[in-house]
Design a protein around this ligand. Structure first.
Ligand code: KMH
Ligand code: ZN
Length: 274
């Protein structure tokens, strides 16, 4: 089994300080949270950025200062900007961080349209997915294929057959979003069984589902994502003080399964970006 790649999704676009006051907004707070996750064992930082008041933004200038801050504190960490951004943003707005100079090593590529709770719809049409994939192919960026449901894997496979999405593929299964697949062992087994054998995958799940689903992924040879974007609790009723605390919990679960933790360079090798 490969060593375990831990991704920390340190702030997301939806979670706020009202829910957990440790959610980072400012450049300094983003740096602090990335650093806490990195020293706890994360090799990838999945990055959304915010204005100082918490408003989500895909502004390339904000991404630039935040990535510089993270690189200063965690020089070898893999920074994976979101191209999902926040609900309602345009495709061009969402794609901005892939045009950083130099381009990021990785970025997310969301693989289908879905309900996203309440009246929200997260729009990713087939043509938009092709556009995002072709831009990332051109820039040599490794995409993490965000699949919130089984049909999104089918979309990936169709676009792979047409030559738009390149192998080896790396997936992130996001379980338990209202509008996506549930977060049960059966759901996760179904997703894992639906991807090509030479792919890699990581797993994240919303709220209380986070640690059970991540544990199953670790056991089965998949990778793990945790962080405030997905869940702000360390255990029932106990708010995490930092992303680092959530990563530490993953490391202790990995120890139980005798799974070693990948360094950033080991993660690069596993993902084929070194
Ligand atoms: N904020 C969600 C609407 C991604 O980062 O690529 C989309 C998201 C996925 O978080
Ligand atoms: Zn995200």
């Amino acid at each position: 089994m490969d060593k375990l790649i831990i991704t920390a999704a340190i702030c997301g676009a939806e979670v706020t300080k009202e829910i957990n006051s440790n959610v980072p907004y400012t450049v300094e707070e983003i740096g602090r949270e990335a650093e806490s996750a990195y020293y706890a064992g994360a090799s990838i930082i999945h990055l959304h950025v915010r204005e100082d008041d918490g408003t989500p933004t895909q502004d390339i200038k904000r991404f630039k200062v935040c990535t510089e801050e993270i690189k200063e504190r965690c020089p070898d960490v893999i920074i994976q900007p979101s191209t999902g951004g926040a609900i309602g943003m345009t495709n061009k707005e969402r794609l901005q961080p892939i045009y950083l100079d130099p381009p990021p090593e990785m970025a997310t590529l969301d693989c289908g349209t879905m309900n996203f709770g309440g009246d929200e719809i997260f729009v990713n049409t087939e043509n938009a997915i092709i556009y995002f994939a072709e831009e990332m192919n051109r820039l040599g960026i490794k995409y993490e294929l965000e699949c919130f449901d089984k049909g999104m894997i089918d979309m990936v496979m169709r676009l792979h057959d047409k030559g738009y999405i390149k192998a080896p593929m790396h997936f992130n299964f996001v379980l338990g979003v209202v509008g996506g697949i549930g977060a049960t062992a059966r759901d996760l087994e179904f997703l894992i069984g639906s991807i090509p054998k030479d792919s890699t995958y990581t797993v994240c799940a919303i709220g209380k589902h986070e640690f059970p689903m991540v544990s199953l992924s670790i056991k089965k040879g998949g990778h793990a994502r945790v962080g405030f974007e997905d869940n702000v609790y360390l255990s029932k009723g106990v708010l995490a003080k930092s992303n680092g605390e959530l990563v530490e919990k993953v490391v202790s679960i990995a120890n139980e399964f005798r799974r070693d933790i990948a360094s950033p360079n080991e993660a690069r090798k596993i993902l084929g970006i070194l």
